[in-house]
Design a protein around this ligand. Structure first.
Ligand SMILES: NC(=O)c1ccc[n+]([C@@H]2O[C@H](COP(=O)([O-])OP(=O)(O)OC[C@H]3O[C@@H](n4cnc5c(N)ncnc54)[C@H](O)[C@@H]3O)[C@@H](O)[C@H]2O)c1
Ligand SMILES: O=C(O)C(=O)C[C@@H](O)[C@H](O)[C@H](O)COP(=O)(O)O
Ligand SMILES: [Zn+2]
Length: 364
């Protein structure tokens, strides 16, 4: 579909440093990011799906001014682990790169999270830049500095808060993204509406068809709105002491699904979608949402081709996996639930029996 050019820049203010999110189309990626590279060494980290699509022009442009190395990782959530981080370190060491290096993440959230973690830990911290190429990474993972890898028993269990120097979201990259991955990104977009802005939910209900038809102007508008919400939250609570936890809506349930089903079998966004329904059902049990709200949530997720029911997981197994959630405090599971559409809270105001009911197959 032909659409008008989208161009916008947002600023993220954090205690670490401020950085821009450039949202654009058909960009010369190398030229866009070059001004934010402070040394002469660059390591581009990508994967074997994204490399054939977008690596060559980026590498060529950067090679005019920088000493550029490349690390191509295997594609998949199942490779978001220490082996991949070691591969990044190996390339950095082989090239004798030092604290002047800037790591460039070219890919989706998996590449971005791992590149950020490698940057946070190599020589105790070097610069990195995010070039997110999935909708999910453009609306969420490239912003805010949560970096890391999975443990076999839990998602993102090892990591660091480490902010990028800049984020370049080129909407044109979405034209090659598989439809299932676009839908996975829409889950995080819908998440922002449910936790922060009921008017945005209404906007989405109208605009989802255009987004799914790859109208880049509408997608760009959605990316801008989501990044603005996230930038605002991260500016107030960079390290998740409080308010930032709201961005975890659906994730305590969703991470259980991803871990239990085997990393990569349920996409992150798919698991979060089903998890948001579970959280909404629990919110309804508490009298905070009404039945029509829950139906509306299920409908908007279904409209985006997302699952609204979790896979079969034994209740005790799910509770055991939930125990690893990073929001657990003094042994107590804390959940993000909805007080109303557009308003989320971090809470322990639910009975364990209610949580068990939600986790019991067929309740949602
Ligand atoms: N750090 C954060 O704040 C944060 C936020 C949300 C999600 N995450 C993490 O992000 C990950 C999910 O990210 P994702 O949904 O981007 O998945 P992903 O990185 O696995 O990318 C999805 C798939 O699309 C491919 N791909 C990427 N760009 C493409 C393009 N332009 N054209 C064609 N194919 C392309 C990838 O190779 C992969 O196969 C999870 O690990 C999740 O935990 C992190
Ligand atoms: O940025 C955040 O904060 C989020 O929680 C965004 C989530 O969408 C993202 O999936 C994040 O990686 C989950 O973090 P975790 O701390 O639960 O691992
Ligand atoms: Zn997420």
């Amino acid at each position: 579909m032909v659409s008008s050019l989208f161009n916008d820049t947002l600023l993220v203010n954090t205690q670490s440093h401020d950085y821009p999110i450039i949202i654009t189309q058909n960009s010369d990626m190398g030229a866009q990011i070059a001004p934010y590279i402070r040394g002469k060494q660059v390591l581009i980290v990508t994967n074997d799906t994204v490399a054939p699509l977008y690596l060559e022009p980026l590498q060529t442009t950067l090679s005019h001014d920088f000493d550029v190395a490349v690390c191509v990782l295997p594609d998949g959530e199942q490779y978001k682990n220490q082996d991949s981080i070691n591969q990044i370190y190996d390339v950095l060491m082989t090239h004798h790169f030092n604290r002047d290096v800037t790591l460039v993440a070219l890919g989706g959230g998996v590449v971005g999270d791992m590149t950020g973690f490698a940057a946070a830990s190599f020589m105790r911290g070097v610069d990195f830049i995010q070039i997110p190429t999935t909708l999910l990474s453009q609306v969420d993972s490239s912003v805010g500095g949560k970096t890391g890898i999975n443990h076999p028993k839990g998602k993102n269990m090892i990591g660091a808060f480490w902010q990028p120097r800049m984020v370049l979201a080129d909407m044109s990259t979405l034209t090659t993204l598989p439809a299932r991955e676009l839908s996975a990104g829409l889950a995080e977009v819908i998440k922002y509406a449910l936790i922060m802005d009921a008017d945005f939910l209404t906007w989405l209900e109208e605009k989802l068809p255009a987004m799914m038809a790859l109208d880049l102007a509408v997608l760009g508008e959605a990316v801008k709105r989501c990044c603005s919400y996230k930038a605002k939250v991260v500016a107030q609570d960079e390290r998740e002491a409080g308010q930032r936890a709201l961005l975890n809506f659906g994730h305590t349930f969703g991470h259980v699904i991803e871990t239990h089903e085997g990393y990569g079998n349920w996409l992150h966004g798919e698991a979060v979608a089903a998890g948001m329904v579970q959280a909404a059902v629990l919110s309804e049990m508490l009298g905070w949402l009404n039945q029509s709200d829950v139906i509306r949530i299920k409908n908007v997720l279904a409209q985006a081709n997302l699952p609204t029911t979790p896979p079969l997981i034994a209740t005790e197994t799910a509770l055991g996996l939930m125990g690893h959630d990073k929001k657990v405090k003094r042994g107590q599971i804390r959940l993000i639930l909805l007080k109303s559409l557009g308003e989320a809270v971090l809470t322990t105001e639910f009975a364990t029996e209610q949580l068990r009911d939600v986790l019991t197959p067929a309740t949602c």
